[in-house]
Write a protein that binds this ligand. Structure first.
Ligand code: WT7
Length: 644
C-alpha cells in the first residue's frame, strides 16, 4: 500500500506546514514533489509573476502524469481496484478496474490514438458519458501527451463547435449515446451537428454504449471497438503489454477545460503537467484525509474540473480507489446514492449542495434501511452550502459522526484552495474555513486595498502562485491577464466575494461578477443574453440570477420583443429552445418576463442591481433609481414580475 508521507495529521502540523509553504514555498513543494516519479528533476521549483502572468512550476522537469497515476502503483496495487464503475441502470453489471487492468486499458488507448494519427500536443475533444472508457480516453491522451478537452454532455452542438474551433481540435472521442436516468442522450448526433462547418477535426472515434442508430461518415468516423482490437493485438505481440509514456515537460499543457466568464464567450482554461499533478494529489490526500484502501465516491461528471481532479488525477495519483457513477441521484429513485454507498461501502462521498437539496426534497424515506456506516468523510463543492443543507448532510447522511469538508475552488485553481481538512482542522457550517498550504488569500475592497484583520468582507484574491494556478486561456494569453490578473495589480482575482470571521475562517458568499452558479454550474449572464438575442423577434434581453431552492440560483431573463402580439407562453418555450440550441439544456432560463424597456442609465448601461432585486421578489427597496434614463420602465417591470 502506498503511504502518504505529506498527509497533515494535526492542527498544529497544519499551522507549521502552512507557515512554511508561504515563507519558503520552494523548499516546501520540492519536498512534496520528491515523492513523485520524474523522468528528470526540475531546475527551478517555482518562477512566477502575476503581471504577465507567468506561472511556472518544476521548470525543466520531465514526467508523465499517467506513470504517477498508474505505473508507479503496479508493484503494490496491480490487483487492487483503481476504478469502480456503477452503471446508470442498477440491473446492469458494474465493473471493477484494477490498477493492472487500468494500465492495459490506458496503454491500448494510447496505442489506438497513435494509430489514428494523434500526436503529442494535438487537441482531443472528449464528449462521452460517464463510462470507464471515458477515464481510459482521458488518461490515454495524457499518456501520449495529447491535450484533452472534455466537454460535458449537457452542452449543445453549437457550444461544441465553438470549443472545437477555439482549441483547433483535430480529434474527437465520443459515444453513440449516454444513459442518464430514463434518458438516452444522443451524443454522436450532437457531434455530427457540431462538425457541419468544422475544418480541423480529422477523425471521430465512437464508442458503442447505448446502441442507438447513428451516422458513421466514411474515413472520418471510426469505431472504438474496432480500433482498440487492433491496438491490443499490436501490444500483445510485444514483449510487454505497455505503451511507453511520453516524456512531457513540466509546463506542457495537460488539458483545456472551457468555463464561463463575464463575457459572452467561454474561456479555455489551460492546466499543465507537473504543478497540476502535485496539487490534485496533495489536496486530495489532505482535504479528504484519504487512507489506503478507502473507496472515494465523487458524484461529479468528468466533464467538470471536479471530475478531472477528484475522480481521476487526485485519487489515482494517490493509489486510491475511485468510484465512477454513470447515472443521476434520483433514478430509479432518490435513494440511488445511498444504495451505492451501501453496495460498495463507500468511505468518502464528495457531492454538490444542489444534489443535497434536491434529495432533501424527497424527505428521509429514501435513506431508510440504508447502511451508511462505512462513510467517514463528506464533501461539498460548487457553490456556497447553505446551513440547512449542511445540517441535513451532517445529520442524516453522516449520522453526526462524519466530517464535512466544504471545499472552495474553481476550474482556474485546478484543485481545492480553501477547505477544512477532514477531522484535522475545525469545520464550521457554511464556511470553507482555512486556506490549504500554499494558498495565500486576501480580501480587497473595490479599489483593491487589502483589508486587514478579521470579521470583514471583501473580494477574494490570491496573492501568491500555487502549483495548479491557471497558466493561460488557450490561444489568448491576454484574455487570461485581463480576466484574472488585471482587476487588482499582482493578484489573482477569483470573482467571488467572501467574509473572514473572527478566527480567520473564510465564508464564500458568491460571485461578484456577472457569472451565475446554477446547480453548481457556471453560466455567464452575457452568454445567455447572446443566446436569447439570437431568437427571432428579440430586440434586447437582460439576464440575472435569483435564489432558487434546489439550484442555488435560477436564471431570470427580461426580454424585449419587437412585437407583443404573440402567444407569450409559446414564445417563452421557443426562446428556451433557442437557448438549448445555442448553449445547451444547462442554460435554460427558469423565468422569462417580457418587458417594454430595460432600466438603463443615461449612458446606456443596464442597471442589473434593480433587475436582480425585482427577480428576487423585492419591489419596494430598489435603491436609487433617479439616475435612470426613464424611471417609469421600473414600474412596468415590477407590475409584470407579479405575473411570472
Ligand atoms: C465557482 C467556481 C470547483 C469545482 C466546481 C465549480 C463557486 C465552488 C464553492 C464552495 C462557495 C463555491 C464559486 C467559484 N464555488 N465551490 N465550497 N463554496 N462557492 O467550479 O465551475 O469553476 O466554479 O464555484 O463561486 O468561483 P467552477
Amino acid at each position: 500500500m502506498i503511504s502518504h508521507p505529506y498527509q497533515i495529521k494535526s492542527m498544529q502540523q497544519y499551522q507549521t506546514d502552512y507557515k512554511q509553504s508561504i515563507e519558503f514555498p520552494d523548499a516546501f513543494w520540492e519536498n512534496i514533489a520528491s515523492h513523485f516519479v520524474w523522468k528528470k528533476k526540475w531546475d527551478q521549483v517555482c518562477d512566477w509573476n502575476f503581471s504577465e502572468p507567468k506561472i511556472e512550476w518544476f521548470k525543466g522537469a520531465k514526467l508523465n502524469i499517467t506513470e504517477n497515476c498508474i505505473d508507479r502503483h503496479l508493484d503494490t496495487l496491480a490487483n487492487k481496484p483503481a476504478i469502480i464503475w456503477e452503471p446508470n441502470n442498477p440491473e446492469e453489471a458494474s465493473r471493477t478496474i484494477t490498477y493492472g487492468e487500468l494500465h492495459r486499458q490506458v496503454s491500448a488507448v494510447a496505442q489506438m490514438l497513435t494509430n489514428i494519427g494523434v500526436n503529442k500536443g494535438d487537441r482531443v475533444c472528449i464528449y462521452m458519458g460517464m463510462v470507464p472508457e471515458l477515464a481510459f480516453a482521458v488518461l490515454g491522451c495524457a499518456r501520449i501527451g495529447a491535450i484533452h478537452s472534455v466537454i460535458f454532455g449537457g452542452f449543445s452542438a453549437q457550444s461544441i463547435a465553438d470549443r472545437l474551433e477555439d482549441a483547433q481540435a483535430s480529434f474527437i472521442i465520443t459515444c453513440d449515446g449516454a444513459f442518464r436516468g430514463v434518458k438516452d442522450i444522443p451524443l454522436k448526433s450532437v457531434i455530427d451537428d457540431a462538425l457541419i462547418e468544422n475544418k480541423t477535426v480529422k477523425k471521430v472515434l465512437v464508442l458503442n454504449r447505448t446502441r442507438i442508430p447513428i451516422s458513421m461518415i466514411k474515413e472520418r468516423d471510426v469505431w472504438w471497438e474496432d480500433e482498440i482490437a487492433v491496438a491490443e493485438k499490436q501490444l500483445q505481440a510485444q514483449e510487454k503489454f505497455n505503451f511507453p509514456a511520453a516524456e512531457m515537460d513540466a509546463e506542457d499543457p495537460l488539458f483545456i477545460l472551457y468555463t464561463s466568464g463575464s463575457t459572452g464567450k467561454p474561456k479555455g482554461v489551460v492546466h499543465t503537467q507537473a504543478g497540476y499533478m502535485v496539487w490534485a494529489n496533495y489536496t486530495f490526500i489532505n482535504v479528504f484525509q484519504y487512507q489506503p484502501g478507502q473507496i472515494h465516491f465523487c458524484t461529479a461528471d468528468i466533464g467538470w474540473i471536479t471530475g478531472h481532479s477528484y475522480i481521476l488525477y487526485g485519487p489515482l495519483s494517490a493509489g486510491g480507489t475511485t468510484l465512477m457513477f454513470e447515472g443521476i441521484p434520483t433514478w430509479p429513485d432518490a435513494g440511488r446514492f445511498w444504495d451505492i454507498v451501501q453496495k460498495y461501502r463507500v468511505n468518502i462521498l464528495y457531492t454538490a449542495p444542489t444534489a443535497i437539496r434536491s434529495l432533501m426534497a424527497f424527505g428521509l424515506k429514501p435513506l431508510e434501511g440504508k447502511n451508511l456506516d462505512s462513510l467517514q468523510v463528506l464533501g461539498s463543492v460548487g457553490e456556497p452550502i447553505n446551513e440547512e443543507a449542511w445540517q441535513w448532510f451532517y445529520k442524516y447522511v453522516g449520522k453526526e459522526r462524519c466530517s464535512i469538508v466544504d471545499t472552495w475552488w474553481q476550474t482556474e485553481t485546478g484543485g481545492i484552495m480553501i477547505s477544512n481538512l477532514a477531522g484535522i482542522t475545525p469545520q464550521k457550517p457554511a464556511h470553507a474555513t482555512l486556506p490549504l498550504p500554499g494558498v495565500l488569500p486576501v480580501l480587497v475592497d473595490e479599489q483593491g486595498n487589502e483589508l486587514q484583520g478579521n470579521s470583514i468582507s471583501g473580494n477574494l484574491c490570491i496573492k501568491q502562485a500555487w502549483p495548479a494556478a491557471i497558466r493561460t486561456t488557450y490561444a489568448d494569453h491576454e484574455r487570461c491577464r485581463t480576466n484574472y490578473f488585471a482587476t487588482y495589480a499582482n493578484r489573482y482575482f477569483t470573482g467571488d466575494g467572501a467574509l473572514r470571521d473572527e478566527l480567520g475562517n473564510y465564508r464564500i458568499t458568491g460571485r461578484v461578477d456577472d457569472v451565475l452558479n446554477v446547480s453548481g454550474h457556471r453560466i455567464g449572464t452575457a452568454e445567455v443574453e447572446n443566446a436569447i438575442n439570437m431568437h427571432s423577434g428579440v430586440v434586447e434581453s437582460a439576464v440575472v440570477g435569483y435564489p432558487h431552492d434546489v439550484k442555488g440560483q435560477g436564471i431570470y431573463a427580461y426580454v424585449i420583443m419587437e412585437d407583443h402580439g404573440h402567444d407569450a407562453q409559446l414564445m417563452r418555450q421557443n426562446i428556451i429552445q433557442t437557448v438549448v440550441r445555442i448553449i445547451g439544456p444547462i442554460a435554460k432560463p427558469d423565468k422569462i418576463q417580457f418587458v417594454k424597456g430595460l432600466p438603463k442609465t443615461r449612458s446606456g448601461k443596464i442597471m442589473r442591481r434593480i433587475l436582480r432585486k425585482i427577480a428576487e421578489g423585492e419591489t419596494e427597496q430598489l435603491g436609487d433609481t433617479t439616475t435612470l434614463l426613464d424611471p417609469s420602465v421600473v414600474d412596468d417591470i415590477k407590475m409584470g414580475a407579479k405575473l411570472i
